[in-house]
Design a binder for this molecule. Structure first.
Ligand SMILES: [Zn+2]
Ligand SMILES: [Zn+2]
Length: 277
């Protein structure tokens, strides 16, 4: 294992796909493990990456769209129930995260009550520490430096992306959104840039309005590759792809991205490990 790497836990979108879990990524050093977003089946994919939820140092949320947070309750409950000793669960996200987590904990109330009543050695409910982040915030978790950047996913607001740095190297997780100046800044010179992307050439002809609407606020493959070039990143990683690529269309996604970005391009798959170097 490289000393600083990224595991694509879930490369799917709201469209159910048995091979692609919901949006989630793990960024890890030898001693720090950060989960970015908590989409569908994230706990299963963490297990696939050899990470039990209590091993996470923090959970970073890009925005409160359901596909990015729908399995956060599973991360919280599994951490709480399986941790040998109680430990705080740290959740960072945009304003609104505290309300979301509070409502989620209310939802979990009956389960928390059952388990405390049943297990003599489980006496306290999960300890959750939520921190709401503003753009340009900087802080450190373990040996990873975090910088927060505003993204443009309107009308979904507020939304943020993360730049995570360790030992002089950087990965940016842009989350959902269209290109914007603050995303360019966040990405400047990063070794790896992970962007959620959609294919306008495949979505637009479908014609179903609710499907075509997703083009309004997501980067196309071309958008992501232009951002990558403008910001001078090392490797571009495509994730959250709509429609999901199949083994015979991966080359096509790669070729479209290569029209505007000359560096290495990864069309993400669940479980794929990317060295941040
Ligand atoms: Zn979204
Ligand atoms: Zn999404």
């Amino acid at each position: 294992m490289a000393a600083f790497d990224l595991v694509l836990l879930g490369t799917g979108s709201p469209i159910p796909d048995p091979d692609r879990a919901g949006p989630a990524s793990l960024v890890r050093t030898a001693t720090t493990r950060l989960l970015v977003d908590a989409g569908r089946a994230v706990v299963l994919r963490l297990a696939g990456a050899g990470v039990a939820p209590p091993m996470l140092d923090a959970i970073l949320i890009t925005h409160l769209h359901s596909d990015h947070v729908c399995a956060l309750n599973d991360v919280v409950t599994t951490t709480w129930v399986t941790a040998p000793v109680p430990r705080p669960i740290r959740i960072y996200g945009p304003p609104g995260t505290r309300h979301f987590v509070g409502a989620m904990m209310d939802m979990l109330g009956p389960d928390i009550g059952y388990r405390i009543a049943h297990h003599d050695d489980l006496v306290d409910p999960p300890e959750i520490v939520v921190e709401e982040l503003e753009p340009n915030a900087t802080f450190t978790i373990g040996d990873v430096a975090v910088t927060v950047g505003r993204t443009d996913h309107r009308p979904v607001e507020p939304t943020i992306g993360y730049r995570l740095e360790h030992d002089g190297r950087a990965v940016v997780l842009g989350g959902d959104g269209v290109p914007c100046g603050s995303l360019d800044e966040l990405c400047a010179g990063a070794d790896v840039y992970v962007q959620t992307v959609v294919r306008d050439d495949l979505i637009r002809p479908v014609g179903f309005p609710r499907f075509v609407d997703i083009l309004d606020y997501h980067s196309t493959v071309t958008d992501a590759s232009r951002t990558a070039t403008k910001a001078g990143v090392g490797t571009l990683v495509l994730t959250h792809m709509v429609p999901p690529p199949t083994t015979d269309t991966v080359d096509e996604w790669q070729a479209i991205a290569a029209q505007d970005f000359a560096g290495p391009i990864i069309v993400g798959a669940d479980g794929q490990v990317v060295a941040i170097a």
